[in-house]
Write a protein that binds this ligand. Structure first.
Ligand code: PFF
Length: 453
């Protein structure tokens, strides 16, 4: 095994180990947890889906996160450079797959994040106060019916992402993350408590945690696996890239475990906050991508100081989306800076603009392009979300687990993890999972979906 080439440009490092964990958690916790997890859970019937999702987090998610961080820190490179320097040849394509996924995911992610920015704007105007409670359900339909509105909010969001990545990720973002993440968590705990105590609480908990295995088919399993990867920002080199900015003393197993744990808690809390509202107000659990936007505002319009909570909640949702979007853009930008020697400014502006353009059809997919169905009866936005979560990330995840378990030698992985005098007692468990269990599970689910057996 040849030693990794050192990058020619000087690359950044996180200013502290805590900052690295918070930034990685910032990447993981995002719209995937608060917007997507509740609605895909609703569409796939609840409990059994949730339990299989948790199983995927344990046997694929945590091992793969550690794998990505190990490759990133060992090479101190972007995904393409990392695979190229460790093995090269066809393996470089795995890095490319990551860069492409970052590009594709951010294009529609910014549209949904734009919806959240719009809701923040509405909350600031007091739209979710008691006088306007009856209008809440119509608001989402109103938002989706405006192509220009969606394009506007998408561009506001993309401009912010570009602005932050231009300014460098470390200081402002690390600092903001440390404050905002705990507040987001507290608000969700509060909303979840409010939900559990509401009339629909018991039904919601049963829906979320009581498994009816008959509802779990191969399609739901793929969705759960794909969503576990999406939610933990895995399978496309985002954690690899963040790991590449970690110093040698960072305890990678602790980081991987903490980030996965925080991400899972936030998703479950979002579910516990949202489903009681669904059942209390007789809404459909399988209501689709509008679920969070149609449920929580009802509660905000009824609770004391609801307007204030609405502002705080949507502010934090936008923030959670921003910290994830930044990591998506960073994967692509780091490739152009490291390998193509572009300046950070040029890479961020050019790539950010191209991603915005690719997002335009997603922003138009509920109106102008609503009859343009790409995969099944899904519109453009839902189709590329489906493509990214169910094909690109599982394929990327499969290849990265195989690479970590079979291609880089045990010696490299073990010595990388144990750098900085870290003792990792679960090394044999991790090695077994990443070598045999994770790739086999991902391969079975993936090959079944693409119809190979
Ligand atoms: N994990 C993010 C979320 O749950 O919203 C989405 C995401 C970010 C996916 C970064 C992939 C990624 F590389």
């Amino acid at each position: 095994m040849s030693p990794p080439h050192k990058p020619k440009q000087k690359r950044g490092l996180w200013s502290s180990r805590f900052g690295f964990i918070m930034a990685s958690a910032g990447s993981a916790v995002g719209l995937g947890n608060i917007w997507k997890f509740p609605y895909v859970t609703g569409m796939h019937g609840g409990g059994a889906f949730v339990l299989f999702y948790l199983f995927c987090i344990f046997v694929v998610g945590i091992p793969l996160m550690l794998g990505e961080m190990v490759i990133g820190r060992h090479t101190h490179r972007n995904p393409v450079g990392a695979f190229n320097s460790l093995r090269g040849g066809p393996w470089t394509a795995v890095g490319w797959l990551g860069v492409i996924s970052g590009f594709v995911i951010l294009s529609y992610y910014s549209v949904v994040a734009g919806w959240a920015v719009n809701y923040l704007w509405l909350a600031l105007q007091g739209t979710f106060s008691s006088q306007h409670a009856s209008k809440v359900p119509e608001l989402f339909a109103g938002l989706l019916s405006s192509d220009l509105g969606q394009l506007f909010w998408q561009s506001v969001f993309m401009a912010s992402v570009i602005g932050i990545v231009l300014g460098g990720v470390s200081k402002g973002l690390e600092r903001a993350n440390k404050v905002m993440m705990p507040i987001l968590f507290l608000i969700l705990v509060f909303l979840a408590g409010y939900g559990v105590l509401s009339p629909g609480g018991p039904t919601a908990l049963r829906f979320l945690f009581y498994p009816e295995w008959s509802k779990l088919d191969a399609q739901s399993m793929l969705e759960a696996l794909g969503h576990a990867l999406f939610s933990l920002s895995l399978g496309m080199g985002a954690m690899l890239t963040y790991g590449s900015y970690a110093d040698e003393k960072t305890n990678l197993p602790t980081a991987a475990f903490t980030v996965s744990f925080m991400d899972t808690c936030v998703a479950l809390l979002a579910g516990i906050a949202i489903f009681p509202i669904v059942f209390t107000y007789g809404m459909q659990p399988a209501g689709g991508p509008g679920l969070v936007f149609k449920t929580l505002p009802i509660v905000f319009s009824r609770m004391p100081a609801g307007s204030m909570f609405a502002v705080l909640f949507f502010l934090l949702l936008v923030f959670a989306a921003l910290t994830s979007a930044i990591s998506l853009l960073e994967v692509v930008v780091s490739y152009y800076c490291d390998e193509q020697k572009w300046s950070r400014n040029k890479a961020t502006l050019v790539i950010g603009f191209l991603i915005f353009l690719l997002g335009v059809p997603s922003a138009l997919s509920n109106n102008l392009l609503k009859d343009f169905h790409v995969i099944g009866d899904r519109n453009f936005l839902d189709s590329i979300d489906f493509l990214a979560s169910n094909y690109l990330l599982p394929l990327g995840g499969l290849l990265i687990t195989v690479f970590t378990g079979w291609v880089i030698t045990t010696r490299v992985a073990k010595s990388e993890i144990e750098k900085g005098a870290v003792r990792f007692h679960f090394y044999p468990v991790w090695h077994f999972l990443i070598k045999y269990v994770s790739p086999v599970l991902v391969a079975i689910v993936f090959l079944h979906t693409i119809g190979l057996f």
